[in-house]
Design a protein around this ligand. Structure first.
Ligand code: PLP
Length: 382
């Protein structure tokens, strides 16, 4: 076969590779998936069904329906005081996944360097590489609650460093940043004239303080491509819908790629998105309350059974250390799966430097979590 070298050299997602193992096994409790265990709230599904019945089956404008772009602008203004022009500064994407790809392709020239704090969502280095850029990985660790420091960013900026790609709250660690922390990072961004590609898909799942979009900080809007979506907040992963906001030239460049490669996001999902933003906030709060209950339980139990785990500030993941077991994370995950039928993601799936950790998703029922933690405890006892 004659596959492009760039694609051939791209490592397959470690998460997928591991979960191929899980397929076909019976009675496995899977704490591996990165999606809500809730179904999309009924009024959003009902709206989608109604629109389908009414015959909304066409393309929309490339940028997405103006109703939805206006609704997003209203949401950002009331939630964060963030102002974007729905005509020029907002693009509807096929999930944050497409937003990441478009942002990387719109701003990177071959060889441009992009700083990516690690551990990070598996797509980040991949979209940069596919866009011809060079990921520069900045390692964070437990001592710093898995947060990148302004100093790390500053020291990593060299000739050719064009962007910082950051996601918070983080998949896989759950780490997030307070406003004051972001202000310090923003100073380095401005000083080095970086573009920030900011993935804030878990913004509403921030537990201990208010989420702050980095674009909302003084003087930052012109530096930021802000990505968000419906997948996690409204349990709408299958709708494949998200948005990108930023200075008009960036959005125009992203729209150019989007119009040739995607044309537009699905119309039914866009209409469902309008309903979610208009009437979905109480569902978000209910789901958030349940995630918080699970987070506390999982972190307490993990520490009790001997796996050191910090309290993550957001998302629905915990990232405990398994160093006490002396096992490699892939061995730990495979053995746990074989012996106790619990699936979680080995840290190494998020890069070599995440060895010694595993990712556990608590987007699973309380009962499942309870049983899984008993099984993990039994596994540790040997
Ligand atoms: C950090 C992060 N960004 C983006 C995505 C993908 O989001 P979407 O469903 O909007 O494409 C995920 C999905 O797991 C994620 O964890």
């Amino acid at each position: 076969m004659n596959i492009s070298k760039k694609v051939e050299q791209l490592a397959p997602s470690g998460i997928r590779a591991f979960f191929d193992l899980v397929l076909g096994m019976k009675d496995v409790i899977s704490l591996g998936v990165g999606e809500p265990d809730f179904v999309t709230p009924w009024h959003i599904r009902e709206k989608a069904i109604y629109c389908l019945e009414k015959g909304y089956t066409s393309y929309t404008s490339n940028k997405g329906m103006i109703e939805l772009r206006k609704e997003i602008a209203l949401f950002l203004k009331r939630r964060y005081g963030l102002e974007y022009d729905p005509e020029e500064e907002i693009l509807i994407t096929v999930g944050v996944s497409e937003g990441l790809d478009l942002a990387a392709r719109a701003v990177l020239d071959p060889g441009d360097k992009v700083l990516i704090p690690q551990p990070a969502y598996v797509s980040y280095p991949a979209v940069v590489e596919l866009a011809g850029g060079k990921p520069v990985l900045l390692q964070t660790d437990l001592a710093n609650n898995f947060k990148v420091t302004p100093k790390q960013i500053s020291q990593a900026c060299t000739k050719g460093t064009k962007a910082l790609l950051i996601g918070y709250p983080s998949n896989p660690t759950g780490a997030s940043y307070r406003k004051e922390e972001l202000q310090e990072i923003a100073k380095v961004v401005v000083k080095n004239n970086l573009i920030v590609i900011s993935d804030e898909v878990y913004d509403e799942l921030t537990y201990d303080f208010d989420h702050t979009p980095i674009a909302s900080l003084k003087g930052m809007k012109k530096h930021v491509i802000y990505l968000n979506g419906f997948s996690k907040t409204y349990a709408m992963t299958g709708f494949r819908i998200g948005w990108a906001c930023g200075p008009a030239p960036y959005i125009a460049a992203m729209t150019k790629i989007h119009q040739y490669t995607m044309l537009c996001a699905p119309i039914i999902s866009q209409l469902a998105g309008v309903e979610a933003l208009k009437n979905g906030f109480k569902d978000v709060l209910e789901m958030k309350r349940e995630y918080m209950r699970r987070r506390r339980f999982v972190v307490e139990r993990l520490n009790e059974i001997g796996l050191t785990c910090h309290m993550p500030e957001g998302a629905f993941y915990v990232f405990p250390s398994i160093k006490s077991t002396k096992e490699k994370s892939l061995d730990f995950a495979q053995n746990l799966l074989k012996k106790k039928k619990v699936a979680l993601v080995p840290g190494v799936a998020f890069g070599k430097a995440s060895e010694g950790y595993v990712r556990i998703s608590y987007a699973s029922s309380y009962e499942n979590l309870k049983e899984a933690l008993v099984r993990i405890g039994d596994y540790l006892k040997g």
